[in-house]
Write a protein that binds this ligand. Structure first.
Ligand code: FES
Length: 318
């Protein structure tokens, strides 16, 4: 999957909440940008060496701009800090065309949107879309404090404001988010969408499971992958290139993408954490060991940046 890049101008940069800036991007020559659907993200070149993924949070109906929100994360690998400190109004930056691995399902029943912190961004976009469709939904938005709650003002003015319930970790116990209660009372054909830090998603997912909410109706988007469980090395496996028959060994401490690159086969990669989908490659035979956050549940594709193999050999459609 080759990325197409756009050069866009930062037409607005504003502080949205403590440690969060919102950036509005538009074409330097005006006109519409490539369309996107609710839940989509773009890759942003934070520096020439650092590409990071950000969900689009504006209404997909508005074709003239993209809006993203960036949380300053001192624990990150530097992308958010580079953007906070280096990106100014008027700058030209490179971003990819939007892609969507977290799309809204066809509306059958109520949608449950559950946001943890900056994970609100794709869900805000979904709320806009569901609101414009007149579809029933509720959004639970969890943050540490009101001051760390991005888009409070926008939500307060939105037509769907009464569907949003705020929860703050530092607030009184009675307003804290209770995922068990939400899922226990949900319609069986509801779809739930959860985005936030991995620990938040795992907590919500566990509560949904305990409440008997169907697993396949809970859709998740992690905005950062959990650390690889690679401390002691992994089981080596082999890749076979279908077009040439070449066999490539993948060592215990390298990724499939790195092994391919060693043999001159360059797979485009971006996040290298199984988040963005840039590297997704077709598999013809063998059983992948999916380590990505994209919820790939087929043996017909895998993410060579982070996924491995359960079978000794994976035959790739390359
Ligand atoms: Fe992002 Fe593989 S590079 S999923």
């Amino acid at each position: 999957m080759q990325r197409s890049w756009l050069e866009l101008r930062i037409v607005s940069r504003r502080v949205e909440a403590e440690d969060v800036v919102a950036l509005v991007l538009a074409s330097p020559t005006g006109g519409d940008l490539p369309p996107f659907s609710a839940g989509a993200h773009i890759d942003v070149e934070a520096t020439p060496q650092l590409v990071r993924q950000y969900s689009l949070c504006n209404n997909p109906h508005h074709r003239g701009h993209y809006e993203i929100a960036v949380l300053r994360d001192p624990a990150s690998r530097g992308g958010s800090i580079a953007m906070h400190d280096g990106f100014r109004e008027g700058d030209l930056i490179r971003v990819s065309e939007p892609r969507n691995h977290f799309a809204l399902q066809p509306v059958k029943s109520e949608a449950l949107l559950v946001a943890g912190g900056i994970g609100v961004t794709p869900l805000l976009c979904m709320a806009e879309r569901l609101g414009s469709l007149g579809a029933p939904f509720v959004m639970h938005y969890c943050t540490r404090t009101p001051e760390r709650t991005a888009f409070r003002g926008r939500i307060a003015k939105a037509a769907f404001a009464d569907r949003v319930v705020f929860h703050h970790d530092d607030g009184p116990a009675e307003q804290r988010f209770d995922p068990m209660a939400l899922f226990a009372g949900a319609a069986r054909d509801a779809d739930a969408y959860v985005c936030g830090p991995p620990a938040f998603i795992d907590w919500v997912q566990a509560a949904a499971g305990d409440a008997g909410f169907p697993k396949d109706r809970l859709h998740r988007e992690y905005f950062a992958a959990t650390a690889a469980e690679d401390e002691g090395g992994e089981t080596p496996f082999q890749l076979r290139i279908a077009s040439t028959g070449e066999t490539i060994d993948v060592g215990a401490r390298e990724s499939a993408a790195a092994a391919l690159a060693r043999h001159g086969i360059e797979i485009p990669v971006s996040c290298e954490q199984g988040v963005c989908g840039t590297c997704v490659t077709r598999v013809i035979a063998g059983e992948p060991d999916h380590r990505d956050m994209l919820m790939i549940d087929t043996n017909e594709e895998f993410t060579p940046c982070c996924s491995r193999a359960l079978s000794p050999v994976l035959v790739l459609d390359l």
